[in-house]
Design a protein around this ligand. Structure first.
Ligand SMILES: [Zn+2]
Ligand SMILES: [Zn+2]
Length: 127
């Protein structure tokens, strides 16, 4: 079983099943939401994602139909969810467990912070 939590520990979850390939998203909304150069994410099927404690969980609709879920006590980003999909977009920095999913690509490189230099052999996409 894979476990994850927010910084303060108020939000906890487990993942059963597999975590998808890892994407590093450099879009402006991810940079703002995470306060970092990019956000590392992977998809998890809804049926494999289990919130254990979610009293402090809040969401923000950063673009139409896309909600970003975070802990309202400590601010940790936990996952995002697009309407009418059967998966969540897990924020991998919230994991407590090791995973063996492979890295796939950098996306939204067109909005990358100019002070960050991508230093990998992974493919880069502009959106
Ligand atoms: Zn928290
Ligand atoms: Zn993004």
């Amino acid at each position: 079983m894979i476990n994850g939590s927010c910084l303060c520990g108020a939000v906890t979850y487990t993942v059963s099943g597999t975590i998808g390939e890892i994407t590093h998203c450099h879009c402006k909304t991810c940079r703002k939401a995470h306060g970092s150069a990019f956000s590392s994410v992977a998809s998890v099927q809804d049926s494999d994602f289990h919130l254990l404690n979610k009293d402090q969980l809040k969401s923000y609709e950063s673009s139409t139909g896309k909600h970003r879920y975070f802990c309202s006590n400590c601010g940790s980003q936990i996952y995002a969810k697009r309407q009418d999909t059967a998966h969540i977009i897990l924020r991998l920095g919230s994991l407590d467990s090791d995973i063996d999913s492979p890295e796939k690509e950098h996306i939204w490189v067109s909005e990358k912070a100019n002070w960050y230099c991508i230093n990998s052999q992974l493919p880069e996409r502009d959106n």
